[in-house]
Design a protein around this ligand. Structure first.
Ligand code: ADP
Ligand code: MG
Length: 334
């Protein structure tokens, strides 16, 4: 039996259905991500698990017990939001201690646990600071410590890193994953950032318009997109119709699917035995540091190629190239 189970969940507001028939299982100690574009229903699922929003139909279970009608504070579910929502007039220590104080834990015990938690989130030196004296990243660490200190069964995180700049976000992503593993806590992260989802999760649920479009490990989702939506959302895949691709490679492909996806990094300029070949003209090339991204054109069709920026790899715009891809890197889409 899974630790958290969502069965046949539907949510409507008036006549609009924002979640339709969601089934989801989460194991104990797993780091799960709900990934999808804005408005697809991610926050609504978190709010339903937390008990802040009612379901229209379906069941939410934690440890086998249906919690649909349980009060939010009885659920032992923690939540961290994009806005840090710290108490501005309390120090870091007081903010983090808050949940334990509410539980009337002994003062000495609280001090010990706060100290331990601040060490885990790397904020020991800020114990007496006030929120306004901290950076965004530090404030989010306080929010995390405050949520974790009461040892929730599940911690829900709604775009917690979205307001932070790229470098701090990357650091906090890595720390978040390390903390989750260290404490063995079950976490559900909501994000619209596919790189973030790939970087931290055991399992990803990709959502589209109130439904789960695909679920799997980051590797499964990235390497085996099932639909055009996933291919575009996850990896900048090149998506071709059967006709387009067959014209380009000059042969017919087996199977009945109408579309194919090819990852930009799966297309090479050096041939390997058995590769499919596409002749095309280099139109644009952008050097993003370690990656060189080139757009090639064949007829009306554009596709992109990404290669590591190694010595000797340079692209001449306007020149015709032969591009190669292994057959197994051509993915059938539903
Ligand atoms: P996400 O977090 O993926 O951006 P949300 O779960 O916040 O999406 O919202 C999903 C859909 O539900 C959106 O179309 C949103 O406008 C709608 N929605 C959310 N909350 C309410 C509400 N209280 N009343 C009406 N519609 C809502
Ligand atoms: Mg949201």
């Amino acid at each position: 039996m899974s630790y958290v189970v969502i069965e046949g969940l539907r949510k409507t507001y008036g006549t609009s259905e924002v979640l339709s028939n969601i089934d989801m299982t989460i194991e104990k100690g797993e780091f799960v991500t709900l990934l999808g574009p804005s408005g697809c229903g991610k926050s609504t699922i978190l709010r339903i698990i937390a008990g802040l929003t009612d379901v229209t139909s379906g069941a939410i279970k934690i440890e086998g017990k249906v919690i649909n009608n349980m009060l939010p504070k009885k659920r032992e579910v923690g939540m961290v939001f994009q806005s840090y929502a710290l108490f501005p007039n309390m120090t870091v220590r007081e903010n983090v201690a808050f949940g334990l104080k509410m539980k009337k834990i002994d003062r000495k015990e609280i001090d010990l646990q706060v100290e331990e938690m601040l060490a885990i989130v790397h904020l020991t030196d800020k114990v007496n600071a006030y929120p306004h004296e901290l950076s965004g990243g530090q404030q989010q660490r306080v929010a995390l410590a405050r949520a974790l200190i009461v040892r929730p069964k599940v911690l829900l995180l709604d775009e917690p890193l979205s307001a932070l700049d790229a470098q701090i976000r990357k650091k906090l992503q890595a720390d978040l994953r390390a903390i989750q593993m260290e404490l063995g806590i079950t976490m559900v992260l909501v994000t619209h950032d596919q790189e973030e989802a790939m970087a931290v999760s055991d399992k990803v649920f990709v959502m589209s318009k109130g439904e789960i479009a695909q679920r799997g490990t980051p590797t499964e989702i990235y390497t085996k997109p099932e639909s055009e939506f996933i291919a575009n959302f996850i990896g900048n895949y090149n998506v071709f119709s059967r006709k387009e691709l067959e014209q380009m490679i000059g042969e017919t492909l087996p199977g009945g699917c109408l579309k194919f996806a090819i990852r930009p990094e799966a297309i090479h300029l050096e041939a390997a035995p058995g590769d499919l070949k596409m002749n095309a003209i280099a139109k644009e090339s952008v050097m993003n540091g370690n990656i060189i991204r080139t757009v090639f054109q064949e007829g009306n069709r554009l596709f992109s190629v990404e290669q590591l920026h190694h010595r000797g790899y340079s692209i001449e715009l306007g020149k015709a190239y032969a591009c190669f891809v292994a057959r197994e890197d051509v993915i059938d889409l539903k």
